[in-house]
Ligand binder design. Structure first.
Ligand code: NAD
Length: 366
């Protein structure tokens, strides 16, 4: 059964957040939003590689502290150092400029301090539009939901993503696509987030090929960034479906790169769930079709798009090994959402992981 089956009865939470979207306007928007908040001592958080970009954007903002100690998946000791730095400098607002790792660090500070975040994303990961935090201790990643970590404002400026390398743009864009697809059968799937998801898929399928053809295509970048917001808003409302549960275990336990893992695993989850989720697959195929992708089915559309983008294909390419498959499947099994459109066994998960590991045609995986 589809999680969302067309029955128009639902409860939908809309999250309290302002979105300012405009290419070339990040500095002006940030200045206005910091003034709105009445902040006078800003902590500017950016990875070393993005700090020069952050400095430019924050040139008219009262920065009291620049913090570049950013690490993927937010190790607890990294979070603790950032929290101590914020407290020591009497910070009253957090500005993050960067990808999901940077937003994640700002969230870790907001979680314990309650400080407001203005997020300026430079990838399509979407963390800025969710109240989900993540922290890693050793090899174990823990995530949770806390309204305090939801950025108060998002400043989207597609010009900031022009420098994102094409392969990272593709992987990150497919991470956003995964938010869309998974939200159609996630535990709190509803018609509102389904509409966001469908528009997100259409906009990604239209924007990403243009970025691959020309990384400086601002219009393509705007389509992808707009979709990143829609995808994350859908995910924030619908919750984690099977795809996110699988990638969460793979990322945390085997330290696989976040966006590339999502990009690789998605077609296999679609191949598994699709036949049991006709409404979702109709929407996905229609969204691909609306972007001009040849999509006789949802899976055909996704495979065609990935081929056009030369997207990540096999988990083996990212360090996942065949002998880890039984252990990974066993770790994923307890977290399979009861609302998944079809029951999932350890054998199903092993077949899925084996296919994703080798990169075989998802149409033949089950
Ligand atoms: P990332 O933030 O680690 O960035 C990837 C790389 O791209 C980094 O080297 C970074 O320096 C570089 N980069 C970023 N922007 C750039 C730009 N404009 N130009 C050039 N290089 C740039 O990766 P990500 O995929 O954005 O985020 C992954 C992290 O976000 C993971 O930890 C994941 O768990 C988290 N995440 C959380 C949520 C949530 O809702 N909480 C959602 C999505 C992702």
């Amino acid at each position: 059964m589809d999680s969302y089956n067309g029955d128009m009865r639902f409860v939908h939470d809309t999250l309290p957040q302002r979105v300012a979207f405009g290419s070339g306007e990040a500095a002006a928007s940030l200045r206005a939003e910091i003034r709105n908040l009445g902040a006078t001592r800003v902590m500017l958080i950016a990875a070393k590689a993005e700090m020069h970009l952050a400095d430019t954007i924050a040139r008219d903002v009262p920065v009291a502290l620049r913090h570049d100690d950013v690490v993927m998946h937010v190790p607890v000791e990294v979070a603790e150092r950032a929290r101590e730095a914020a407290a020591a400098h009497d910070i009253d607002a957090l500005v993050s400029v960067g990808g999901g790792s940077t937003t994640g660090l700002a969230k870790a500070v907001a979680m314990t301090s309650g400080l407001p975040i203005v997020a300026v994303p430079t990838t399509y990961a979407g963390s800025e539009a969710t109240p989900v935090w993540g922290l890693t201790e050793g090899a174990k990643k823990t995530t949770g939901v806390d309204p305090r970590v939801l950025p108060r404002v998002i400043v989207y400026d597609a010009a900031l993503t022009l420098s994102l390398p094409v392969d990272m743009s593709v992987a990150s864009g497919l991470n956003a696509l995964a938010h869309c697809v998974d939200s159609l059968w996630a535990p709190s799937a509803d018609p509102v987030n389904a509409a966001f998801a469908a528009e997100g898929i259409r906009s990604l399928a239209s924007g990403l090929p243009r970025i691959v053809a020309d990384p400086m295509d601002l219009d393509g970048r705007e389509h992808a960034l707009y979709a990143a917001y829609l995808s994350a808003a859908a995910f924030a409302s619908a919750g984690s479906g099977l795809h996110h549960k699988i990638c969460h275990v793979l990322g945390g336990k085997y330290n696989l790169p976040h966006a590339q893992t999502h990009a690789t695993v998605l077609p296999y989850v679609l191949a598994l769930n699709g036949p049991a989720a006709p409404d979702a697959t109709r929407r996905i195929a229609a969204a691909f079709g609306g972007a001009g992708v040849d999509a006789a089915s949802a899976l055909d559309g996704l495979v065609a798009l990935k081929r056009e983008l030369n997207a990540p294909r096999a988990l083996a390419d990212y360090g996942f090994t065949e002998d880890s498959i039984p252990e990974a499947a066993a770790a994923i099994l307890p977290s399979v959402p009861p609302s998944n459109p079809r029951p999932v066994t350890a054998e199903d998960l092993q077949a899925l992981l084996r296919a994703a590991w080798s990169g075989e045609d998802p149409a033949n995986a089950f």
